[in-house]
Design a protein around this ligand. Sequence first.
Ligand code: HH2
Length: 278
Amino acid sequence: MTVAHRPPAPRVMGIVNVTPDSFSDGGEFLDPDRAIAHGRELAAEGADLLDIGGESTRPGAEAVTAEEELARVGPVVEALALGDAPAVSIDTSKLAVAEAALSAGAAMVNDVTAMRAEPELAGLCAERGCEVVLMHMLGDPRTMQENPIYEDVVDEVKAFLAERIEFAVAEGVDEELIWIDPGIGFGKTVEHSLELHRRLGELAELGRPILFGSSRKSFIGKLTGAEVHDRLGGTVASNVIAYANGARMLRVHDVAPMREALTVAEAILSGDRASIRP
Ligand code: HH2
């Protein structure tokens, strides 16, 4: 068999939502002890990073204050960033939340607004030398899914991310620490989401690794008819395709099945016999 290409092993980011209203697991882990236990479970399942968030970004979600967000995520970040557990990422757009999380040991700031909500976040990340995720979103979480229109979704996402990389670097962020993300579900129709999967490789031309977050999202339900808790098969298909097309980190709720699928996908794509068990 010819080896088509040999992509480096992807990282898996496990989602820990400390919120009452996240679209798929709202309220399940609002209690800090449950969130911490969930993070440890995802770590045991093979997560390379844990992405901890205290504000839902689902369409129509209520905004929360920095105080409230910090009260939710603070104890969870502190507990999960200890010891040799996976690295912790803080999913926030707020300077105060990011600052506290980084001080408590977080190694990455994942900002769905790509530092547009609070541009000072860039200076903080530069100073702390943390990894940064810049994500594309059209509009804001309240209205983004109403009627997103693009002439060419991939070209526009790419141009946006190029501009945000330039901004972050101008503010002192080390370019080598930046991840980019097409923002599946953030101002995208089903067709836009599918096209972003197919043409993901074009975003890699920006020279930064791609983080991909499609876990349980509505485009899967619109294709399969499955309710939010029943979208694992669709999630796995989406993420395996994203990996084959260039994604280097996959943000998912269900870490164990994703790891299993990636082990097989990686073996197929690389043609490497080393992963075959005796
Ligand atoms: N998606 C969500 C939240 N944060 N961050 C990145 N970088 N990429 C994403 O695709 C992404 C993200 C939404 O998913 P979830 O956290 O499960 O839901 P909610 O925002 O309702 O808490």
